[in-house]
Design a protein around this ligand. Structure first.
Ligand SMILES: Nc1ncnc2c1ncn2[C@@H]1O[C@H](COP(=O)(O)OP(=O)(O)OP(=O)(O)O)[C@@H](O)[C@H]1O
Length: 582
């Protein structure tokens, strides 16, 4: 594989009810549409297939015996029997082919109804049940313990791909179970390897899997998911982005790229089976002038993972043409899976655009929204850490009962972890955050996402609103825009309309934004007035006026004093005359 990485309410006075995990599990929805009917039909066809194959096998051995006897005895009656057997064998083959065709049609129909699109050579069939995928009984037991009953569309297709050890590029909507789509086949493979006697004698302490995530929070979440499914097995999982600085004897390592790059010389990748690049389009991003941008870090890791047995899997909710192109050019026999429309937002999230006119309009809008239709917890996105702090101040000042906090890059790792934990426990109802939390986080109870500041790209919009409406639940996302945002709004309005929600017609008819403007917006979000309370602004203004008045007064007094101390020519004359007289 060649590496072509170029540097290229308020009003809510009671706390939200704390949901325990088993409630959440029991309410779990199916993410795929596989009807009981089609499952039954599939089972019947499979039975038939097994039956016909068995019959064929029996006939085969019988045929061999008969042929032998016939050739020895050359009995004409026996020979006739042998010939009739040959005819019935053709019947069996025919019926096997017919059953196979029917089965294929059924699977293709289910694939279509679940909007699973695939590209590549020798595509494996989808699975309809986890048990169809050769997962070990312990993993199947874990799935049922967590009430994961039916594979989601992305799992239906990418699990068989990865079980065949194929390189994979996969894209599926936010909250559709991509983590398990790669975690299950990877864990199964590691389990299999560790059970092999020759492996345990020779390859101890060699790393088998690396999972890359763009943020510490996401690495911690994926690590927890792996631990859940590896619990009770001999597999050891490490989160390199957390407290750990030594990978020790880990079989599976979850990390942000920078930590791996830093320790690359100490990591033995000679037995690595999988390199998983989650949020792949994000990890492909180049930041001009930044040596340490994700793309360069990923390039260095990819280069180091060059063992023959290493396979690569790329997953994301958004499909970047750049990643696709790179994969096609550089990875042999890659299988591609895309669930639903490319780069579309999750249709289980009800999406709204709210025109607020000015920054002050946004303050009124958020106050009204939280006072009326708000069921905590909610996530509010702003464009910078300063604005996150300002918005927390504003919201707490509007209602001191509202439990609000922020998470942003200005906080220490420890503070960020603690805030996340409090949010997960339900102690924070409104979490104001920057793009840091935009991707991947599975905060299953979040029912409302507010884009207080307009996202700077549709990719960012799709990931942000995807923090709600997860695992088949419904969600609500509100996006504010002002006159300043008008020139960027069209693309987001289009994504919302494509997901089936109403947007004012005039927004869709607006002029398209040029590529340069889009690039500029990605680099620098629009300049906005500070988010300050109206009261605070008044006080500030009063203080400013008082200060100016005081300064003015001071200046005039000084001037007066100067005038007093500086004698005028007449005064000087008078003083001289007085002196002479004396
Ligand atoms: N087959 C399934 N049936 C029901 N729930 C599932 C299934 N698979 C995963 N889930 C649950 O769905 C939720 C979302 O899964 P996950 O975080 O993997 O989504 P994702 O597709 O990676 O989203 P994102 O693009 O935002 O990262 C999790 O809580 C997970 O436990």
């Amino acid at each position: 594989m060649s590496l072509a990485f170029k540097t290229l309410s308020f009003g809510i006075k009671k706390a939200p009810p704390k949901k325990n995990e088993s409630d959440a599990r029991n309410n779990r929805k199916e993410l795929s549409t596989i009807t009981e009917d089609s499952l039954q039909k599939f089972d019947e066809l499979r039975e038939k297939m097994i039956g016909t194959v068995e019959t064929k096998k029996k006939k085969d051995s019988k045929k061999k015996k008969m042929a032998k006897k016939a050739s020895i005895q050359l009995l004409s009656s026996r020979k006739r029997q042998y010939e009739s057997d040959e005819e019935s064998e053709n019947d069996v083959e025919e019926s096997t082919g017919a059953v196979e065709k029917k089965m294929q049609k059924l699977l293709d129909d289910i694939r279509r109804s679940n909007r699973i699109f695939t590209w590549g050579d020798h595509l494996p069939n989808i699975i309809l049940r986890f048990s169809d995928s050769n997962l070990s009984p312990n993993l199947l037991k874990k799935l049922s313990e967590y009430s994961i009953r039916q594979p989601s569309p992305i799992q239906m297709q990418s699990i068989p791909f990865m079980m065949e050890r194929r390189n994979v590029l996969a894209s599926a909507p936010t909250g559709s179970g991509k983590t398990l789509a790669f975690a299950l086949p990877v864990i199964e493979e590691v389990l299999g390897l560790k059970q092999r006697a020759d492996y345990s004698s020779t390859k101890t302490s060699k790393l088998l899997v690396i999972v890359l995530e763009p943020t510490r929070e996401l690495a911690a979440q994926t690590y927890t998911e792996f631990v859940k499914y590896c619990d009770g097995s001999s597999i050891s999982v490490a989160n390199f982005s957390g407290e750990e600085t030594d990978i020790g004897t880990a079989d599976i390592l979850v990390s942000t790229p920078n930590r791996i790059v830093f320790h690359l010389d100490k990591i033995d990748t000679s037995a690595l089976r999988w390199l998983i690049v989650d949020e792949s389009d994000r990890l492909f991003e180049v930041v001009e002038g930044q040596d340490k941008c994700f793309r360069n870090q990923l390039g260095a890791i990819y280069k180091a993972c060059d063992a023959k047995c290493t396979r690569v899997a790329f997953f994301s909710a958004t499909f970047s043409h750049e990643v696709e192109k790179w994969c096609k050019e550089n990875i042999d026999s890659i299988g591609m899976v895309c669930v639903g429309e490319r780069n579309s937002s999750n249709t289980s999230v009800k999406q709204e655009l709210t025109y607020c006119g000015t920054e002050d309009g946004k303050k009124i809008a958020i106050r009204n929204l939280l006072r009326t239709s708000f069921k905590p917890p909610a996530l509010v996105f702003v464009q910078s850490k300063d604005r996150a702090v300002q918005l927390v101040k504003l919201l707490s000042a509007i209602d001191s009962n509202l439990k609000v906090d922020s998470i942003n890059s200005g906080k220490s790792d420890k503070e960020r972890d603690e805030t996340m934990e409090r949010f997960r426990r339900g102690e924070i109802w409104v979490l104001v955050c920057t793009e840091v939390l935009g991707r991947g986080l599975d905060l299953s109870d979040v029912g409302l996402v507010i884009n207080y500041d307009l996202p700077t790209s549709i990719v960012s919009y799709i990931h942000r609103v995807g923090r709600t409406g997860r695992a088949g639940k419904s969600g609500h996302a509100v996006t504010y825009f002002t006159d300043t945002d008008m020139k960027y709004i069209k693309s987001i309005a289009t994504v919302i309309r494509q997901s089936g929600f109403e947007v004012p017609e005039y927004l869709l008819e607006m002029k398209k934004v040029s590529r340069d403007t889009k690039k500029e917006m990605l680099k620098h979000a629009p300049k906005r007035h500070k988010i300050a309370m109206v009261k605070e602004q008044v006080i500030k203004r009063k203080k400013m006026l008082a200060k100016a008045a005081a300064e003015e007064k001071k200046e005039s007094v000084v001037e007066m004093k100067k005038n007093i101390s500086k004698p005028t020519p007449e005064l000087k004359k008078k003083k001289m005359i007085k002196k002479k007289k004396l």
